[in-house]
Design a protein around this ligand. Structure first.
Ligand SMILES: NC(=O)c1ccc[n+]([C@@H]2O[C@H](COP(=O)([O-])OP(=O)(O)OC[C@H]3O[C@@H](n4cnc5c(N)ncnc54)[C@H](O)[C@@H]3O)[C@@H](O)[C@H]2O)c1
Length: 269
């Protein structure tokens, strides 16, 4: 399936995790990919693997985002798709113990950075009359979780996405969000291994398992591509059913699968 057709895609936060997986999938599907990340070694590694370009960028620096956007267009031509996957995370803390500096940096990177990137790339896309933006929010945006700065910043990313979808729709620019649940990127695998979650995240999903990075990348690439040509302003949740199963804990949790008594048609026995 070659859905990219040589279109230029910029993946901010493409040096690791979901952004990296998205960059790899897009390259496989025929997109030309630029990996922008705060971590130059990570951006270089992924760019080398996918035959793309690497840009070092702190998304929280509006002037740097504007400059990178102009430089990417000058070097590679108009950008057809933008994926914003860069974010910072926080420890689980009550408000009185959460340093204000952490609150401010989280909002600055996750919300303001996403706005700076949408503003820079989206405005140019609107002038070109074509483009697609996918902002990565989180299931934390629609639930209640004890990471107050992170979750609030992600809820605001969903709101920003809806607003900009309305803003640029007539200019031919689609803006959507993808909200992953717990996804087994190396960072999350490390948290599970070191016992930093109180319980296995898989226990709280309807499907009884964690999300794989490739499954999130598939949704991002779909929304970026022309296969989603009539879709704008949505928040696509990719969480293995975390938001539907969480409330079942009060009733004893999600029921296990029943013992299979029906044999598939045509099977012996
Ligand atoms: N992994 C999950 O379980 C999960 C769940 C819900 C939402 N998300 C969201 O998915 C996105 C990707 O998360 P991930 O788990 O792959 O994270 P990750 O830490 O594996 O990768 C994030 C990348 O963003 C880069 N980055 C961080 N701050 C940056 C900045 N200021 N400027 C530029 N680049 C920066 C990092 O260097 C890194 O390469 C994030 O928006 C995150 O909030 C992840």
């Amino acid at each position: 399936m070659m859905t990219g057709q040589g279109t230029l895609a910029v993946v901010i936060g493409g040096g690791n995790g979901i952004g990296e997986e998205t960059a790899r999938l897009m390259a496989e599907r025929g997109w030309r990919v630029v990996i922008a990340d705060r971590d130059p070694a990570a951006a270089d590694r992924v760019a080398a693997d996918v035959g793309g370009a690497a840009v070092t960028l702190d998304i929280a620096d509006a002037a740097a985002v504007d400059a990178a956007c102009a430089a990417i267009e000058a070097a590679h031509g108009p950008v057809g798709a933008l994926v914003v996957a860069a974010a910072v995370f926080q420890d689980v803390l009550p408000p009185a113990e959460l340093p204000l500096a952490v609150w401010e940096r989280t909002v600055q990177v996750n919300l303001s950075g996403t706005y700076y990137a949408n503003r820079a790339f989206g405005t140019r896309m609107a002038h070109h009359g074509r483009g697609s933006i996918v902002n990565i929010a989180s299931i934390a945006a629609i639930g209640s979780v004890p990471v107050h700065a992170y979750a609030s910043s992600k809820a605001a990313v969903v709101s920003l996405t809806l607003n900009l979808a309305g803003e640029w729709g007539r200019a031919g620019v689609r803006v959507n969000a993808v909200s992953p649940g717990s996804t087994l990127v190396p960072r999350v695998a490390e948290r599970i291994k070191s016992g930093r979650y109180a319980a296995d995240p898989a226990e709280f999903t309807a499907l009884g398992r964690i999300v794989q990075p490739r499954e999130v990348a598939e949704s991002i690439e779909f929304l970026a591509s022309d296969r989603a040509s009539a879709i704008t302003g949505i928040n696509l949740v990719v969480d293995a059913g975390w938001h539907v199963a969480g409330t079942w804990a009060q009733y004893g949790g999600v029921r296990p699968a029943p013992v299979r008594t029906v044999t598939p048609a045509g099977a012996a026995g």
